[in-house]
Design a protein around this ligand. Structure first.
Ligand SMILES: *[C@@H]1O[C@H](CO)[C@@H](O)[C@H](O)[C@H]1NC(C)=O
Ligand SMILES: *[C@@H]1O[C@H](CO)[C@@H](O)[C@H](O)[C@H]1NC(C)=O
Length: 343
């Protein structure tokens, strides 16, 4: 395996602890509006047993109807690490990269060359990164090591631009072995969500815990900004094999609650939640849930994200066997460029 150099900041950055404040969701006004400049959606996924990045484009401005691009062939094939990528996540640039830069990051895992036990004990501790200035030309492939040798694996990285910090918050799932168990043959910690910050997906601060619900295993985090410093997040309980949601009205490090009840779930037997706003209907969001034992992603929707209530959408336009990925709303210029290149 070949890893890019990692520069870990040795000074642990202080985790800001906001004043305890219980969220009052009833008085929270959802400010998210429809955006008439957004005319389509670009989806990036891996397929069934094929660990490459496949692109899909919405049919018109329909958030839950997609067609494959590039005649169904991958757009990105990794050349480093295990030479397999799962869980691709497409990240829109923020700050001075807004509208000028996009990243795709993903898990370094080719399960055809290993098995699920080994993949979690001595799996890759890096994340794949590609970048683009036009959504067409994807360059700069790198495998950036983000955890030290006590980690068993790094799974399902994703990221969100943190306006307050002026950097990308990157997160993923890892479990850890005691330093004395260098072969990772014993019992690990529960799987928890880790995070760090980066400006460029090249150098990362030292990672810290973001979500630790030990002894419950948590993987596959995705975050939806709601406006006004509020967020909804979605994750898989890898112990119960369910996906659930939490909401914070006081920031990414605020107080998170499960709005539909302490043990409320959205669905079971699913993973890889991928969430995005509807371009046309104010306050409506879409959530893809990967039925990993069946036919992959199925769309769900909500017009009240803060309620935690989601219902299954019409699946007639949604392709089968798309696996854990993500969806990016795009405007007419980008849609035309992607369509001209691959449709
Ligand atoms: C779409 O976004 C791109 C990238 O930010 C920008 O260059 C272009 O002008 C936008 N097009 C429209 C129609 O808004
Ligand atoms: C793709 O991007 C790379 C890096 O920015 C650049 O060197 C190359 O010329 C680009 N290729 C095309 C076809 O635009």
């Amino acid at each position: 395996m070949r890893f890019s150099v990692i520069l870990l900041s040795l000074a642990a950055s202080a985790l800001a602890v906001p004043a305890a404040q219980s969220p009052d969701l009833s008085s929270y006004a959802l400010t998210r509006r429809a955006d008439p400049s957004l005319t389509g959606y670009l989806g990036v996924f891996f397929l069934g047993d094929k660990p490459s990045v496949y692109f899909y484009l919405s049919n018109g401005n329909n958030a839950i109807s997609f067609k494959s691009l590039n005649k169904g062939s991958p757009v990105i094939n990794p050349t480093q690490g295990t030479q397999g990528v799962r869980d691709p996540s497409i990240i829109a640039g923020g700050g001075n990269e807004a509208g000028r830069k996009w990243y795709i990051i993903g898990t370094d895992l080719n399960i055809g060359r290993t098995n699920w036990d080994a993949a979690q004990r001595t799996g890759s501790r890096g994340i794949f990164v590609w970048e683009s200035t036009d959504l067409i030309n994807w360059t700069g492939e790198r495998l950036v090591q983000v955890e030290d040798t006590t980690a068993g694996m790094v799974w399902a990285p994703s990221a969100i631009w943190d306006e307050a910090k002026g950097q990308y918050l990157v997160h993923w799932a890892s479990k850890f072995y005691p330093a004395s168990d260098s072969q990772h043959k014993g019992s690990p910690s529960a799987i928890r969500i880790r995070y760090t910050y980066t400006k460029d997906f090249r150098t990362f601060e030292a990672p810290q815990d973001y979500i630790n619900k030990s002894p419950t295993n948590i993987i596959d985090l995705d975050i939806l900004p709601l406006g006004n410093n509020a967020y909804a997040r979605f994750m898989k309980d890898e112990t119960a094999k369910t996906v659930f949601t939490e909401v914070s009205t006081n920031g990414l490090f605020g107080t998170w609650t499960r709005p539909a009840g302490a043990s409320a779930i959205i669905a079971s037997g699913v993973e890889g939640p991928a969430v995005y706003w509807d371009n046309q209907v104010a306050g409506k969001a879409h959530l893809l849930l990967d039925f990993y034992g069946s036919d992959g992603y199925r769309p769900y929707e909500s017009t009240d994200v803060t309620s935690g209530r989601w219902t299954a959408s019409d699946r007639s336009g949604f392709p089968k066997n798309l696996r854990h990925g993500s969806v990016l709303p795009i405007n007419a210029t980008l849609l035309a460029a992607v369509s001209n290149k691959w449709a």
